[in-house]
Design a protein around this ligand. Structure first.
Ligand SMILES: Cc1cc2nc3c(=O)[nH]c(=O)nc-3n(C[C@H](O)[C@H](O)[C@H](O)COP(=O)(O)O)c2cc1C
Length: 312
């Protein structure tokens, strides 16, 4: 199992579809969505869930919150719109999220966490999974926490190998995730710091899958390479070696974003990806300064030198 990690502000429909073009077997997650907003019928939050069933399956919608009755309402909406699973966020460390007792804060309240899973499982037929971290400030309680979630009906667990207090610092520790897998009878997916197919092969250990987030920035071929590595493919996918060879893919990503979100909004969302795509190439700083202001695909083409001798 190879998953594109849920990432707020990143894993919208265009990013998911772009990744799926390159890695058709990948499981893709939505950005996290508020159960409070979904329960209150927020149109904007519903729109953020929009996906293309032909191009994005298996598609998991991730939700966050703390009120069981809101998880119930949100999960029904997720199921009705045709998603393949609903994932409960118990790992987000953002101050705003944790201060409302959402996300990572649920690791400190295992009873409520289990209640949220149980309430959700009761009302939907699609699998209910949880994405969490090693723990609040240590990994000592991960096995007990995971077992409790599974006892409440969680069909799978994805674990980012850092604690809440680490946020994104230090190195992800996968050992406690391997230990968790020895104590639960559902799929366990490891997450944290996978930057190459070799990393995935080295880290998967006894786990059922890997989940990758930041490693895909500027390297959308990574999930395909990981699928190939885990299957022992004789012809593993290679990322295009030169920047010139990457340009058609970058433009493909831009066109997808423009088609799904409208050109102006789509290009605004593309800016961070464009900055990642030029990372490390000669003249990157100058190009990045222009790319983070683009408003149209034509501008991107011009900056990347399409039709220009330099990139012929
Ligand atoms: C920009 C960004 C947004 C994220 N948003 C979410 C989110 O909405 N839900 C979630 O569970 N994790 C979120 N994460 C955490 C990732 O899913 C993942 O656990 C983390 O980045 C570690 O994996 P990586 O080293 O492969 O990036 C986010 C991470 C980043 C960098």
């Amino acid at each position: 199992m190879v998953c594109l990690a849920p990432m707020a502000g990143v894993t919208d429909a265009s990013y998911r579809q772009f990744i799926k073009r390159l890695a058709p077997e990948a499981i893709v997650y939505s950005e996290f969505l508020s159960t409070d907003a979904l329960a209150h019928g927020s149109k904007k939050t519903r729109e953020m869930m929009h996906f293309d069933p032909q191009l994005e399956r298996p598609f998991i919608v991730q939700v966050f919150g703390r009120k069981p009755e809101h998880f119930v309402e949100a999960a029904k909406v997720v199921e009705d719109m045709g998603a393949d699973g609903v994932d409960l966020n118990m790992g987000c460390p953002a101050a705003k999220v944790v201060s409302s007792s959402h996300g990572s804060a649920l690791m400190k309240d295992p009873d409520l966490a289990a209640e949220l899973v149980a309430a959700t499982v009761k009302v939907v037929r699609i699998p209910v999974s949880v994405k969490t971290r090693l723990g609040w400030d240590a990994s000592d309680d991960l096995v007990a926490f995971g077992r409790k979630l599974v006892g409440a009906g969680a069909a799978a667990l994805a674990v980012h190998g850092r604690t809440y207090t680490q946020k994104f610092t230090g190195k992800a520790d996968w050992e406690p995730i391997y230990e968790l897998k020895r104590h639960v009878n559902v799929p366990v997916i490891g997450n944290g710091d996978i930057a190459s197919a070799e990393d995935a092969r080295a880290k998967i250990g006894n786990l059922d899958g890997v989940m990758v987030g930041r490693g895909t920035f500027g390297n959308p071929w990574l999930l395909r390479q990981i699928c190939d590595a885990l299957h022992g493919s004789d012809h593993p996918c290679k990322a295009p070696e030169t920047f010139e060879e990457r340009i058609p893919f970058i433009l493909d990503h831009c066109r997808l974003a423009a088609a799904i979100k409208g050109e102006k909004w789509g290009m605004m969302e593309m800016r961070r990806h464009l900055a990642s795509y030029v990372r490390g190439i000669p003249g990157a700083a100058e190009m990045r300064a222009k790319l983070v202001r683009v408003e149209s695909v034509a501008e991107v083409e011009k900056i990347l030198g399409i039709g220009d001798q330099k990139h012929q």
